[in-house]
Ligand binder design. Structure first.
Ligand SMILES: [Mn+2]
Length: 377
């Protein structure tokens, strides 16, 4: 079974006011050519097809073009799920009809996880959903977070799974090996939950021969060769400047797995350029650039001047200022640790009101604080 694993297309995404649509069209149309050449059996898109729940119309047009070419021209089945950026219901529009043409889009979470069988291999499609709606849908009180929700869904798959067959799971989320330090995230991934843990432990996925994940934008494996993020095909934030963007070509059987990376290489790269303003003004580039200026003093109108040489400049920061700021931050934290509550309130008040706390107010605050310490009355 030869799988092309990709995810996090985020079609329609705007990065620092630049639309990524041109790069997305370039990379995705090339992807169709590549899957034709590589004779893959199936293409997986593991969530975040779009960047927003209601994508711009150009994004919908591009997605339609790519899916149509994959199915009609390349002649391969496509398996896609919703990620946390997608609208589950909107993504699923027409899905039952599209399935008859081998475009399988699973948008909403179902009571029974959808299974699609291709050339004897079973694919389980697990779209992203929040734990509260999954708890309601499955009527399972014990679901308190995403880890519980995933466990319950995987248990129900495993109850009916044929362990002799090759089984592949497609999912979207934050899968870790023990703790979140085990994987590398980026600035452009939105948190999956507020108030409860967003992490799911990789141990839950042991029964599968391959787990095709979406969400983290850096290509990486989690604990084993068989659990992987393909990453996004394009750099979507400054923190991704050093990523090697790729699709994964996976040759899979019960006994073995080999994974090859297919670099995506859009014409316009996203890079960080570090140096003094005068040096940088000697160069030029049509890439997306984040500047890190080493100048000690501010340069008047630096960004506009740089834009004449770098029309796709995305951002600029002064390294010296950043360093001063982080020193000041850590000093503030140190001081905060040593002050008592009344002194801290004093600071807060004078910062907020631009005038010092007078004696009358100080006494009032002190009285309140003493009451609080006594347990409140
Ligand atoms: Mn995501």
């Amino acid at each position: 079974m030869r799988i092309l694993h990709t995810a996090d297309w985020h079609i329609g995404k705007i990065v620092n006011e630049f639309s990524m649509l041109e790069e997305q069209a370039e990379v995705l149309h090339r992807l169709v050519d590549q899957v034709k050449e590589l004779e893959v059996d199936v293409l997986i898109m593991a969530g975040d097809l779009y960047d927003r729940a209601v994508p711009p119309k150009e994004a919908v047009v591009l997605a339609t073009d790519i899916f149509t070419r994959l199915v009609k021209e390349a002649g391969i089945p496509v398996l896609a799920i919703a990620g946390n950026h997608d609208s589950n219901e909107r993504l699923e529009y027409g899905a039952q009809l599209l399935s008859t043409s081998d475009l399988h889009i699973e948008g909403t979470v179902k009571q029974k996880v959808r299974k699609v069988t291709i050339k004897g291999t079973h694919f389980y499609l697990l779209p992203f959903g929040d734990h509260v709606s999954i708890r309601k849908l499955l009527d399972k009180e014990e679901i308190r977070d995403l880890q519980d929700a995933t466990r319950v869904q995987l248990d129900s798959i495993q109850a009916e799974m044929d362990p002799e067959a090759v089984n592949v799971l497609i999912a979207h989320g934050y899968v870790v090996n023990g703790g979140k330090e085990s994987v590398e995230d980026s600035e452009s991934e939105r948190p999956l939950s507020i108030g409860t843990t967003e992490y799911v432990d990789v141990e839950l996925f042991e029964a599968f021969d391959y787990v095709a994940l979406g969400h983290l934008h850096k290509a990486q494996k989690v604990k084993t060769d068989r659990v992987r993020y393909s990453g996004s095909p394009i750099k979507y934030s400054k923190s991704e400047a050093r990523h090697k963007k790729q699709h994964l070509l996976v040759d899979l059987s019960k006994e073995s797995i080999t994974v090859e990376s297919i670099p995506t290489e859009p014409k316009r790269d996203l890079r960080i350029l570090k140096g003094h303003f005068d040096e940088l003004m000697q160069g030029e580039s049509e890439d997306y650039i984040f500047f890190e200026l080493e100048d000690k003093d501010y340069v008047i109108d630096a960004m506009n001047q740089l834009r004449r040489r770098y029309p796709y400049a995305m951002g600029l920061e002064y390294l010296a200022k950043k360093e001063r700021q982080s020193k000041a931050d850590s000093r503030t934290h140190e001081l905060a640790d040593r002050k008592n509550v009344l002194e801290l309130f004093d600071d807060f008040y004078s910062n907020f009101k631009d005038q010092p706390l007078d004696d009358e107010r100080r006494q009032a605050v002190q009285a309140i604080w003493e009451t609080v310490q006594k347990g409140g009355e």
